[in-house]
Design a protein around this ligand. Structure first.
Ligand code: GTP
Ligand code: MG
Length: 606
């Protein structure tokens, strides 16, 4: 290979010395070439990619941007994953049998940002007026025609409490519209929705709504989204962001065009005469009609008279209704239909499939019911970091999914960067994928996101860095088998992940919370320091336990050793629920009224 053809990978920034090393030349020569280009730089000075590329080019090599290559790789991986997901859905269909189908689009975003109004305007009907309290309660599903193309929309509720439904909303869709109101900007649910869409690997189109309002600031929204690495195409990114005033109908055509553009890129297809399968969007029991289930047909054509199994429900399709309540006889791929005839309301998110007859349907449902009964007696095994390597070995997993929550914004990027580095460096070729990284405590929605994957190996592990785990989240993590790992030192976190990837993780010790107390009054005592007059709200404190102190959800002190534990000036070895007591800590005095003290002991897990 001649020198001219040799390509070197160049990072965004590097020193003159590093340039020389890359092309096996002396730093002096590199400096000379720089000077010839009018740039004075010392040996340890950093230059950017563009400058380095010129010098490298002049010295007979070809410079390629490392980050561009990585982005390319990530994009390729994404595409592969899309294909994998897609193949699962249309499993068993021959490519030559596939025909184009309407794309299924889910609308995600913060409460009141205008999701329903947007769909409404698109449908030119008035769904929002008829909704209880104006808040969307179910996944509505509607089809719309534009430029001869049919699009299926799934409206999802924006309220925090509906996170579970939204997680499913993202999963049943080909494309996600992320709605952000221009007068309100990016909100917690916006970030969460974005995480769900990313976790489901669906392309995202942003609708910036309410741009007609006086206080609308669409540019700020773009900036906020760019900070979340969703870069508008007009800033050289690859996300289309469409400004919309839904009430006036402005921007709607642009949005539809953008969606069709994305859909065309992906060639969504299904076999209309293939295996009939899809997903349950919602279900209810109608007083007069019986069980009504809203299904999204994904492959094949569902017909009246078909026998279907949906999770543990089964039955024969007695009647089908479209979104307007009109009776229909058959539903081709990407059609949402209301189905009458199941014995029980199936769970939203359940897959459904057509089977030969009612007998088969009942047998399959029965089997699943029994399986679930067995499972109910067995606690769900958490997919632990230790297990991950086994799965890698068995070829069941190729990536480690993580959800990261930290105490302050400042620790976010260093940790994400570090994890990416580990991901790139491990010899097993296992990718570390951060599904979501955010500031705050661990909530139920994090656990939902972690357990949202289809397969066991798709589950994520939650990393709590210096942040607390809400009780409800703890409980949910237990039932869903999601592992939450607590860290307060960055290097320890990196070490564990590296070890997990190498299959060498030691048995872990976990902090087991044994009690929680609230600080009611502070006493400053000379030579002793601060004593926290506290009330034991739950559980107990032991003299040998360690403590963690948090204020408004933020951890202030971790792993604190107890200096003294007292009741009425008496030293005690433990304090039970409902009692008042005093406690002081070794080398820690940053306590205030209202602080929460959690007492824990270290326990070896498994
Ligand atoms: P949830 O379903 O509760 O999460 O809310 P949503 O996101 O569906 O919001 P919805 O469409 O119900 O709209 C909330 C409010 O914003 C309503 O009062 C709408 O009239 C108003 N709104 C929605 N879009 C626009 C818009 O483009 N411009 C203006 N000025 N108001 C809007
Ligand atoms: Mg709504």
């Amino acid at each position: 290979m001649t020198k001219e053809q040799q390509v070197v990978l160049v990072p965004d920034y590097l020193t003159v010395r590093e340039v020389a090393e890359l092309i096996d030349s002396s730093p002096i020569d590199v400096m000379k070439t720089l000077i010839a280009n009018g740039i004075m730089a010392s040996i340890n000075q950093q230059i950017d990619f563009d400058t380095a590329a010129i010098v490298i080019g002049e010295m007979g090599y070809e410079a390629k941007s490392q980050s561009a290559l990585e982005a390319e790789k990530a994009e390729q991986q994404r595409a592969e994953e899309m294909t994998r997901k897609w193949e699962q859905m249309y499993k068993g269909e021959k490519p030559e049998d596939l025909e184009p189908r309407p794309s299924v689009i889910t609308i995600l975003g913060h409460v009141d940002h205008g999701k329903t109004t947007l769909i409404d305007t698109i449908r030119k009907a008035n769904v929002a007026d008829g909704e209880a309290g104006g808040i969307t309660q179910h996944i509505g599903a509607y089809q719309v025609k534009h430029d001869n193309q049919t699009i299926t929309f799934l409206d999802t509720p924006g309220h925090e409490a509906f996170t579970a439904m939204r997680a499913r909303g993202a999963q049943g869709a080909d494309i996600a519209i992320l709605v952000v109101a221009a007068d309100d900007g990016v909100m917690p649910t916006t970030r969460e929705a974005l995480n769900h869409a990313r976790a489901a690997n669906v392309p995202i189109v942003v609708a910036i709504t309410k741009v007609d309002k006086d206080n609308a600031n669409p540019d700020l929204v773009k900036q906020q989204l760019a900070e979340l690495e969703l870069i508008p195409d007009e800033w050289d990114g690859d996300t289309m962001m469409i400004p919309i005033a839904a009430l006036e109908g402005d921007g709607i055509d642009d949005l539809l065009e953008a969606l069709i553009l994305v859909a065309e890129e992906h060639d969504f297809a299904a076999n209309p005469i293939g295996t009939v399968r899809g997903v349950v969007l919602e279900s209810e029991v109608d007083k007069f009609k019986g069980t009504l289930a809203t299904l999204l047909v994904m492959n094949g054509t569902l017909k009246v008279g078909d026998s279907i199994v949906a999770g543990t429900s089964y039955g024969r399709v007695k009647a089908m209704y479209d979104e307007h309540g009109k009776k229909i006889k058959s539903a081709p791929p990407s059609t949402p239909v209301s189905v009458l005839g199941l014995n029980n309301p199936p769970e939203p998110g359940d897959r459904f499939e057509r089977v030969k007859n009612d007998k088969v349907a009942r047998a399959i449902a029965q089997e699943l019911i029994e399986e679930q009964a067995v499972k109910a007696h067995k606690p769900v095994e958490a997919l632990s970091l230790e297990d991950i390597f086994k799965q890698f070995r068995a070829g069941q997993a190729k990536q480690l999914n993580l959800i990261l929550k930290v105490d302050v914004q400042g620790s976010l990027q260093p940790i994400v960067d570090g994890l990416e580095k580990i991901s790139g460096a491990n010899e097993e070729g296992i990718q570390v994928r951060v599904l979501a990284a955010d500031v705050g405590s661990i909530s139920e929605s994090d656990v939902m996101l972690a357990s949202a994957g289809d397969a066991e190996a798709d589950k994520a592990i939650i990393i709590a860095f210096n942040t607390i785990v809400a009780d409800s989240a703890k409980k949910q993590a237990e039932t869903h088998g999601v592992e939450i790992r607590n860290y307060n030192v960055i290097y320890k976190l990196f070490e564990d992940i590296e070890l997990a990837l190498e299959g060498m993780l030691d048995p872990k010790y976990e902090a087991k919370i044994i009690g929680q107390a609230e600080v009611r009054q502070i006493f400053s005592i000379s030579r002793v320091g601060k004593v926290a007059g506290s009330y034991m709200k739950e559980g107990e404190a032991q003299r040998r336990s360690k403590a963690r102190i948090s204020r408004r959800g933020k951890v202030l002190g971790e792993n604190l050793e107890i200096d003294a534990l007292k009741r009425f000036n008496e030293d005690v070895s433990e304090v039970r629920t409902g009692f008042e007591f005093g406690v002081s800590f070794v080398n820690f005095n940053d306590i205030e009224e209202g602080d929460i003290i959690e007492f824990f002991v270290m326990e070896r897990v498994r």
